[in-house]
Design a protein around this ligand. Structure first.
Ligand code: UD1
Length: 418
């Protein structure tokens, strides 16, 4: 079994560049289907979720090459519209392909994504949006069959600003006749990146970043070249690692504005943070201080994906910090692992209270999910003694080289195969 071996207690220092954003590249890869041509996606990270998306594109009939940080997708050939169950199961967010398949082919079949490690993963809002556009959706024995003679522009009012449903609606609306307005759209930076990519392909999409997005559909699209934005959650992880272990580092390749709530929390905890447009410098000295409650919320609120890594840093703060998880039901699975290291955390429903302890100690740890796994690495760097971390397949979904990046900052982290 592959594990990380982490010897904690070393201060971090240096510079690290974050890779392209997972949550940006996944819908962009789905969107290449709409181009009917050749797309070049730069700053594309080597992640297992990206590999899963590429397998879906290849199954659908695209030719794909991923070399270095660049992915070439040739979507000019006739395509099929079904995604088999085994490919759907590899990645929960594969439902994002449905809107793109419908826009390109007018018909598609995928299996129901089901639940995941964060709890139930409903797709009712995705389906409601597609139905509003005119798709007939049939759900049978875990399979979803969608078909439409023609997609028609309309108003889609999302009851929750779901990231995936907003993306699916944008993609399908590109293939619809007329104008679609998405109201209460998610405002995440990754949606702005998707809009930029679609505009590169010739689409008319406006408003991403605000809660009203307009798509003038039915335009012929073409191939194009695009560079994916930096991953704000990877950046939040490395900032939290420096906060936990102490030290001084610069995180580059990310837009500091995307991390405003995370850097504000770290400053409140006592870190010195300074930002330039594409880099963030952090200095952490001495013990962190407990924070006012951290409530996860849709962007521009505090990101649920950064909750676990910040919590790992706050385990050894002076005083208590309350976390309120408002997005996913089951997002405290890392807490039991942190408790193995001596963390004092009480969970009740959506609320976790972290009572800071003077120090954590190394322990054998197991990743329960992607960001929870990264949080264990953050905690282990700040702990006394050695930790082992197993279940690294979770981490590979979202970090190209967590070990290498942390080692570049001076962490004592190695990989073993036992
Ligand atoms: C995306 C991100 C994920 C992040 C999340 C919230 C990707 C690939 N993943 O996931 O990393 O944690 O946004 O920022 O971009 N919901 C429904 N019905 C639906 C869809 C969602 O009830 O049809 C609910 C969900 O259960 C959840 C909330 O809406 O409680 C937000 O989910 P959503 O924004 O859709 O998250 P994802 O797009 O799945």
């Amino acid at each position: 079994m592959t594990k990380y071996l982490v010897a904690g207690g070393r201060r971090l220092s240096g510079t690290v560049q974050v890779h392209g954003a997972k949550n940006s590249v996944l819908p962009i890869l789905a969107a290449t289907l709409l181009s009917g041509g050749e797309c070049v996606i730069e700053n594309c990270p080597r992640l297992s979720d990206v590999a899963a998306s590429i397998r879906i594109l290849e199954h659908l009939g695209c030719q794909v090459v991923h070399r270095g940080g660049t992915v070439w997708v040739d979507a000019s050939h006739p395509l099929r519209g079904d995604v088999p169950d085994e490919l759907m199961r590899e990645m929960r967010s594969s439902v994002i392909f449905l809107g793109a398949i419908l826009a390109r082919l007018g018909e598609g079949t995928i299996s129901y994504p089901g639940g995941c490690e964060l709890g139930p993963r409903p797709i009712d809002l995705h389906l409601k949006a597609l139905r509003r556009l005119g798709a007939e959706v049939e759900e049978r024995f875990g399979t979803l069959h969608c078909r439409t003679p023609v997609l028609t522009g309309c108003e889609i009012d999302l009851s929750i600003p779901s990231v995936g449903a907003t993306e699916n609606a944008i993609l399908a609306a590109c293939g619809a006749r007329g104008t679609t307005t998405i109201v209460n759209a998610a405002r995440e930076p990754e949606i702005v990146d998707l809009q930029r990519f679609l505009v590169t392909l010739g689409a008319r999409v406006r408003g991403a970043g605000s809660s009203v997005i307009t798509v003038e559909g039915g335009r012929p699209l073409h191939g194009g070249c695009f560079r994916v934005m930096g991953d704000r959650i990877v950046a939040a992880t490395y900032l939290s690692a420096v906060a936990a272990a102490g030290g001084e580092a610069e995180i580059s390749g990310v837009d500091y504005r995307h991390l405003a709530t995370v850097t504000a929390a770290l400053q409140e905890a006592g870190c010195r943070v300074s930002s330039e447009p594409d880099r963030i410098a952090i200095r952490a000295q001495g013990r962190l201080r407990g924070l006012r409650p951290i409530r996860t919320a849709p962007y521009p609120g505090f990101p649920t994906d950064a909750q676990a890594v910040l919590m790992a840093a706050m385990c050894t703060a002076e005083g208590a910090t309350v976390f309120v998880e408002n997005i996913f039901e089951n997002r405290y699975r890392h807490v039991d692992e942190l408790a193995r290291m001596g963390a004092d955390i009480r969970v009740e429903g959506r609320v976790a209270v972290v009572y800071g302890v003077p120090r954590l100690h190394g322990a054998p740890l197991h990743c329960t999910d992607l960001r929870g796994g990264a949080a264990l690495a953050v905690a282990a760097l700040g702990a006394e003694g050695e930790s082992t971390i197993s279940g690294l397949e979770h981490i590979r979904r979202g970090y190209e080289d967590l070990k290498g990046d942390l080692a570049a900052l001076g962490a004592d982290i190695r990989q073993t195969d036992t």
